[in-house]
Design a protein around this ligand. Structure first.
Ligand code: MTE
Ligand code: MO
Length: 418
């Protein structure tokens, strides 16, 4: 069973119980009442489909990446203790690059006994900790890994502890890699991005919590990097060492694997629930999510195309097809993700004190969408979805190339029976 099917099934029970308990008020309690006022069968099917959508992803439902043989999160706990992969033994080094002339006055090093431990990170957290919402998404993945509420200390506070003086242009960093250089997974950022944030953008953080729980080993704990506007490869897991260097070039492992690691997250739409088979004339709910990238999001659209009709010629991105608007869902009242009562802890940076987002959708996160599909004529169909970004540009433009983020238009098959 696929991940989405499993999720859908798990949530179906909860939803059924929920609907029995609260009846038609259910959708209202979930925060969707203005959109689902309709009483007819289609609308109630749609309300049920929408009630299954959980905004934050539970830790165990994240799509997992993390190389290594064995992957570090699978090591026995004794070994983890030995190599600094538990909170009690974790240490972070911040060193000058011996191969460059970077000047660092107070390197944080294991040898000198000056490395940062978890307690010291928590101490910094008391003053500087931030929380923000961010989608984890892989450059080449079709579906986001997960939507998280991440908490940590802005990296700049730890960089400054090392007292860099001059000749620092870039920050290299990597995680535990079984002490085998061939397994090293490394990424990097310009020092300027670490030290300063554009207005409204979140800081690069040393992250130790996801959805208000300690970051698990599987998610890269005790501490991973989280880089807000970037694809997942910049958010290195099992972080243990940071190198300040005068080298201006990136040395990212993911770049060596032919990826564009500088490219920001793209805007694109994906399906969650759709009918593989449906009776003609019978309404069926369709749901999905849109990843809100650098260029923002103004619309999600879908397009149903009968297989026996030709597609428009010379139109690779189907710009001339019959696209219709789906409904974008408002900010949830219940955030999911395993948060107690679905309530956000105080207060993520994108959220007001009253619990409402400053703006919606939030950049570098997701938004759910839904529509009701009724097809009259039996046959085989392709259903596609796409986004229109805040600049009015339809997916997969303006950056259609793979390797800088997968934003191909998704297509699913639907069989409409008599
Ligand atoms: N140490 C380490 N960190 C890593 C990786 C890795 O292989 N090793 N993979 C990266 C990539 S390519 C992605 S997409 C994200 C995925 O994060 P997740 O497993 O929490 O979903 O982790 C990133 N961090
Ligand atoms: Mo990735």
């Amino acid at each position: 069973m696929g991940r989405i099917e499993r999720l859908t099934q798990e949530h179906a029970d909860i939803t059924r119980r929920y609907f029995i308990k609260v009846g038609a008020a259910g959708a209202g309690a979930m925060g969707f009442s203005p959109l689902w006022a309709g009483e007819d069968e289609g609308e109630s099917l749609l309300a049920e489909a929408v009630s299954k959508l959980e905004y934050l992803t539970r830790e165990e439902d994240f799509i997992n990446y993390g190389r290594g043989n064995p992957p570090p999160h699978t090591l026995p706990v004794e070994k983890k203790r030995q190599v600094g992969l538990v909170r009690e033994t974790w240490q972070l080094e911040v060193l000058g690059d011996p191969e460059s002339n970077a000047k660092i006055e107070h390197p944080l090093s294991k040898d000198a006994g000056t490395a940062l431990d978890f307690e010291a990170l928590m101490k910094l957290g008391e003053k500087h900790a931030v929380r923000f919402l961010k989608v984890m998404t892989c450059t080449n993945g079709r579906f986001p890994c997960g939507m998280g509420l991440w908490e940590g200390v802005p990296l700049r506070h730890v960089v400054w502890l090392a007292r860099p003086k001059s000749n620092v242009r870039r920050v290299f960093y990597y995680g535990y890699h079984n002490d085998d250089p061939k397994q090293k997974f490394q990424s990097s950022l310009p020092i300027g991005r670490v030290l300063e944030d554009p207005p409204g953008e979140n800081p690069v953080i040393l992250c130790y919590k996801l959805n208000n729980q300690w970051l698990t080993s599987k998610r890269g704990g005790p501490v991973r990097m989280i880089v807000p506007g970037a694809y997942g490869n910049k958010s290195v897991k099992w972080l243990q060492r940071i190198i300040l260097t005068n080298t201006p070039q990136a040395n990212d492992t993911y770049a060596e694997w032919n990826n564009d690691t500088v490219s920001h997250i793209k805007t694109c739409a994906r399906f969650i629930q759709f009918p593989k088979k449906v009776k003609a004339g019978q309404p069926a709910p369709v749901t999905g999510l849109a990843q809100v990238g650098m260029s923002g999001l103004s619309k999600v659209q879908y397009c149903l195309h009968a297989k026996d009709k030709p597609l428009p010629a010379d139109d690779a991105y189907l710009t001339k097809a019959d696209w219709k608007d789906a409904r974008m869902l408002p900010a949830p009242a219940h955030w999911g993700g395993g948060l107690v009562d679905g309530k956000l802890p105080p207060v993520p940076r994108q959220i007001n004190a009253d619990g409402k987002p400053h703006r919606w959708p939030i950049p570098n996160t997701i938004v759910h969408w839904a529509t009701l599909l009724t097809v009259r004529r039996p046959g085989q169909y392709d259903l596609r979805c796409r986004t229109i970004d805040a600049n009015g540009i339809a997916q997969p433009m303006p950056r259609p190339f793979p390797k800088s983020g997968n934003n191909t238009i998704q297509k699913v098959k639907i069989l409409v029976e008599k």
